[in-house]
Design a protein around this ligand. Sequence first.
Ligand code: NAD
Length: 511
Amino acid sequence: MIDASRQDLVLGVVGAGTMGRGIAQVAAAGGIQVLLTDARPEAIADACQFIAKMLNRAAEKGTIPASQANEAIGRVRAVENLQDFSACHVVIEAVAEDLEVKQDVFCRIETIVGDDCILASNTSAIPITSIAANCKRPQRIAGTHFFNPVPLMKLVEIIDGALTEPTVGDALTILGRRMGREPVRCTDFPGFLAGNIGRGFTLEAAHIVEEGVSTFADVDSIMRDVVGFPMGPFQLIDNNGADIVHRAMESVYEGFYQEPYFRPSAMIRQRVIAGLLGRKSGRGFFQYQDGKTVSTEEPKAIPTNRPRSVWVSPVEPACAQALKELLESLGAKLETGAQPSASALCMVTPIGEDATTSVLNQKLDAQRTVAIDALFGFAKRRTCMVTPATSKETVLEAAGLLSADGVPTTVIQDSPGFVAQRIVAMIVNIGCWIAQSGFASPEDIEKAARYGLGYPKGSFGFADHIGVQRILLILNAAQIRTGDPRYRPSPWLSRRGELHGPLAINNYSKS
Ligand code: NAD
């Protein structure tokens, strides 16, 4: 098998479009000789110019020395004939996302390269095993799933097909590192790795909106401001294109034989049919003009109402304490009794439970009660959840008080796990489900979310930060309230919860 660390390694890249040129660029920057080809000669020339422009720009910005940029540009050779790939040690395919086209490209490459040449596909979703199925030597074929834009996105998923020899993935991992990427390894399962963790984020957000809990703009604000995601789920769908996102959702759901974790969203399907595709069509969940988001929302006025006194439920002591400190800083008069006075505004801080359940369990007056999500702090935004019976006056008093310092408050309808708790719990649960299945290691699952999706934490990082028990509380409460099996906790998570063990990195054992 090829030694991927050999200095004279030659990489062939087939397909000089968005991804192929990015892959060629990072390989050349990593000191690797690259041959770049495409079915369209003009695409090859355009890609070479593009790569030179990108590397020169990096040199102008001081990211790399000018001499290194020049050397890297000199390492990319445009070739019009696939026959010129005969000396390649590795070939990465980045042509159109079409099984037949890819199978044809691989079968042709096989007749040109040596027997020990490694072949890899940059497919986003086609099973590697299917691409390799018609090849003479499927054991040397794997996936190398880079992310767009390649030079900025550090992650590369190395995907082992059903027949791929492990040494092939090992060599591609070494090659990925030489290209300055952060490689993670996974087996060939529907949706691969990062995409499935990301479905916890986007799909749960869509289901929350479908359930009438919140608007998509509010979900985005909560996930950005409260949890620290770089982008809200609906902004992300708009950027990627709702049609692409929905197609991938359907294919993964069917690929796993209708696994409830990945149930697609009927709301997104309808929007795709209506042509609300996102940025590329000018309108999706948000509106766009000249590539910029156009704000259609009126800024919400902060209510001036204030409650006479506030009683905070002690049931979740850490959350209650955090909320009391906030309320004191906002000048609230806090009640200290075990029960609220007859006129108090009641605040509960549940984890998992919806506001209605808290009211019933604690025998509170639903009209005067709101639930506050205290799990992620209050620095940039506060989330206030109401029961179906909470009075308008109570909501205005709660929102007025919570935003007395100018920090916005988002009011949402009743939901087990608010918005943030639910979405984070899904990200954790899907990560644990992947770990349980053995598709990827916990370390790689964590890396995929951080480097491929840009999340502040991955599934395991969130679980350890929030606590495994609390994640289980959220999932179990959501399952009881909705009856939906998509909230069933993965055995990986529930076992560790029962044993009171952490999910922390470096603290894993198989299953
Ligand atoms: P693209 O349309 O920008 O580029 C594809 C290139 O392949 C084109 O230049 C085309 O001329 C060429 N091509 C098509 N058939 C060919 C053939 N038979 N032989 C040689 N060249 C051929 O597409 P892209 O966005 O770069 O995607 C390429 C692959 O990477 C796809 O499988 C896609 O799913 C995957 N991918 C894309 C992204 C993304 O965000 N764009 C991210 C990850 C993976």
